[in-house]
Design a protein around this ligand. Structure first.
Ligand SMILES: Nc1ncnc2c1ncn2[C@@H]1O[C@H](COP(=O)(O)OP(=O)(O)OP(=O)(O)O)[C@@H](O)[C@H]1O
Length: 253
């Protein structure tokens, strides 16, 4: 999916959360969204998902204004995994992932083999197939996070929005999740706090005080001046033994 965000503003009781945000997402790119706490990442993610109406401005998905897209179409095309996703229902892991297929079901189109396959593939992708019959509320935070991601994958979206998806995950599951996300052939936006993980995105956008202050390749954008100005840290750039660019943070300013 191609996305165009035009002059987007979001306000709560007159307080601006996002101001004049404009950028494009290219077909099948991996776009990292970074910024300090409270800079507006989650708010922008919800606008991209169509869950929050902008106060002004527009989000166009393949040229179509999200505000007018039928709910069912939007649910088939866009999946969001929020930071504090939770459920109070007594669901099994498989039930939770099956919810991702809801936008495809109707009185005329019941559950079928394709749905079973989508759910099985999604559980396998996040290494949770062995947990299918476990109750959701018995899972650890990291396991719950992986199930949420499986639910989003089962949705078979064209745009996948992940808000800090590596939260709660141990280092092996962080790396395997990022590899999985990197290999998906759909448009992806990932909000990240780990700027070295952001270095692996195709492009990134930096939010600061509700404004998008930079977009471009991570190597071009995350220079020492921006890291000091936006994140308030001193950092140096170096190369890992495999040649990939890395940031080393020394102290808070
Ligand atoms: N409903 C609301 N009412 C008032 N302020 C809000 C509301 N929702 C969000 N905010 C404020 O908007 C700002 C942006 O919040 P948002 O959650 O988008 O930031 P974030 O970049 O995702 O932060 P974090 O990195 O801490 O998750 C914050 O200062 C937050 O307190």
């Amino acid at each position: 999916m191609k996305v165009e965000v035009r002059d987007l503003c979001a306000r709560v009781h007159g307080t601006p959360l996002l101001s004049d945000v404009s950028f494009r997402l290219h077909e099948r790119e991996l776009f990292g969204l970074v910024g300090p706490n409270g800079s507006g990442k989650s708010t922008l993610m919800r606008c991209l998902a169509g869950l929050r109406r902008p106060s002004s401005g527009r989000v166009l998905a393949d040229g179509e204004d999200l505000a007018w897209m039928p709910l069912r179409t939007r649910a088939q095309r866009i999946a969001l995994v929020e930071q504090q996703a939770d459920t109070t229902d007594r669901l099994t892991v498989r039930d939770a992932v099956e919810l991702g297929r809801t936008p495809y079901l109707s009185p005329l189109r019941g559950w079928g083999v394709a749905d079973d396959m989508a759910v099985g593939d999604a559980l396998g992708a996040v290494e949770m197939a062995g947990f299918a019959t476990r109750h959701w509320h018995t899972l650890s935070g990291g396991e719950q996070q992986r199930v949420h991601i499986a639910r989003a994958l089962a949705q078979s979206p064209d745009l996948l929005l992940l808000d800090e998806p590596t939260n709660h995950l141990d280092i092996r599951h962080q790396l395997s999740l990022l590899a999985l996300v990197r290999d998906l052939r759909i448009t992806r936006v990932v909000a990240l706090h780990d700027l070295n993980q952001a270095m692996e995105c195709d492009r990134i956008g930096v939010l600061h005080g509700g404004r998008l202050v930079a977009t471009g390749s991570p190597q071009d954008v995350l220079d020492e001046a921006l890291l000091a100005e936006v994140f308030g840290v001193t950092a140096t750039r170096h190369r890992a033994p495999d040649g990939s660019p890395r940031l080393h943070f020394s102290h808070a300013l």
